[in-house]
Design a protein around this ligand. Structure first.
Ligand SMILES: [Ca+2]
Ligand SMILES: [Ca+2]
Length: 359
């Protein structure tokens, strides 16, 4: 639930929503622990702009800024308020959920036993939110971090000398920041060394945190992890290559590679690191307590690619012949959109034959 992404990325995705992922609700894949239904993506969900994992629930953001949530709802964490307005980012904790509204304000719902939903005043214009279990972090557009909620381990005692912060990540009982100089800082629970930043850590461009571990992406592309290693959270794969996103929570970490592939390490007790077959290509990743979600890569429309595999070939001809004679609205075999599949569509397909689909 600590994603290396920006609201700019959400906006650019919104322009690409015309494509579909047949049979994949919302363009979301989810795997791992599912006892609370956190991986039961609702049917009929439109393609999502972003997704985040709570401890036992999942939150997703539609292209139009509407929030959806499913999974554990014991504390109302999946009861999305109806009056949020346009939401640009979401985050999920143990019993609560957080939304960043387009005007830079923060909304919260669900469990408030530690004040994790008591959003303080004076946050400024917030540009980033993060939560893991029972505390919440915000980062405003001036680079100032605020924290509220559970503070038994000092996870909400934000140091005064963080510099101008560009990224925040809430761990289970600790907090992490990254500033404009690429410096990582940690505070809160240190029972496993999760707040001891390695002395030889180079400048970083990304951070993430699990319950008892911390992860950072160095400017040179190398991923470093420190803290608890009881489930192999620190065993970073050696062949990651360039990565474009890191996310962590619970006891595992995922990265999105520059080729839109996924690598996962750490706890796999519930299959949270067992990647589904046919997962790639992926556009975004999120981690919950013991589950993982992926937002599948959304491509621009490609006329003639009837079976949605980004190639125009005999498989598409076969799909067109299957639909020969009639067509329902939006049927891609009906390339000229006149309600029937006939020779005109076959001609249109042949003019597209072998043409590469846009990346
Ligand atoms: Ca095709
Ligand atoms: Ca037609």
């Amino acid at each position: 639930m600590n994603a290396l992404h920006t609201t700019v990325a959400i906006g650019s995705l919104a322009t690409l929503c015309a494509a579909t992922h047949a049979g994949v609700e919302g363009g979301i894949r989810c795997w791992g622990y599912n006892v609370s239904g956190q991986c039961n993506v609702p049917s009929g969900l439109p393609l999502m702009a972003w997704v985040e994992g709570g401890a036992n629930h999942t939150i997703a953001l539609q292209n139009n800024g509407v929030v959806r949530a499913w999974g554990l709802n014991t504390y109302g964490q999946s009861n999305v308020p109806t009056n949020l307005g346009v939401v640009v980012d979401v985050a999920g904790g143990f019993g609560h959920s957080v939304a960043l509204i387009s005007n830079g304000t923060v909304r919260c719902w669900g469990l408030n036993d530690f004040g994790q939903c008591a959003v303080p005043s004076g946050l400024g214009v917030v540009g980033w939110i993060s939560t893991s279990l029972d505390h919440t972090l915000s980062l405003n557009t001036s680079g100032v971090v605020r924290a509220w909620g559970a503070n038994l381990d000092g996870q909400c005692n934000v140091p005064t000398n963080l510099g101008t912060v560009t990224r925040i990540a809430a761990g289970g009982y600790h907090s992490v920041s990254l500033n404009t100089a690429g410096t990582v800082r940690c505070w809160g629970l240190n029972d496993a060394g999760q707040t001891v930043v390695p002395s030889n850590l180079g400048p970083c461009v990304g951070i993430a945190a699990g319950y008892y571990h911390t992860a950072a992406v160095q400017s040179n592309g190398n991923v470093r992890c420190w803290g608890d290693n009881g489930y192999g959270q620190l065993n970073v794969p050696t062949n990651l290559g360039p990565i474009i996103q890191i996310a962590s929570d619970g006891y595992h970490t995922v990265v999105l590679t520059s080729t839109y592939g996924v690598k996962c390490w750490g706890r796999n007790t519930y299959g949270q690191c067992t990647l589904p077959t046919g997962l790639d290509p992926v556009d975004g990743l999120a981690v919950g307590g013991n589950h993982t979600t992926a937002l599948l890569r959304v491509f621009p429309p490609c006329a003639g690619d009837i079976n949605d595999d980004r190639a125009i070939d005999g498989a598409d001809l076969g799909a067109m012949l299957t639909n020969w004679g009639t067509a329902t609205a939006g049927e891609p075999s009906d390339m000229n959109n006149d309600g029937k599949v006939d020779g005109a569509d076959l001609g249109a397909l042949l003019t597209r034959w072998g043409v590469p689909c846009p990346p």
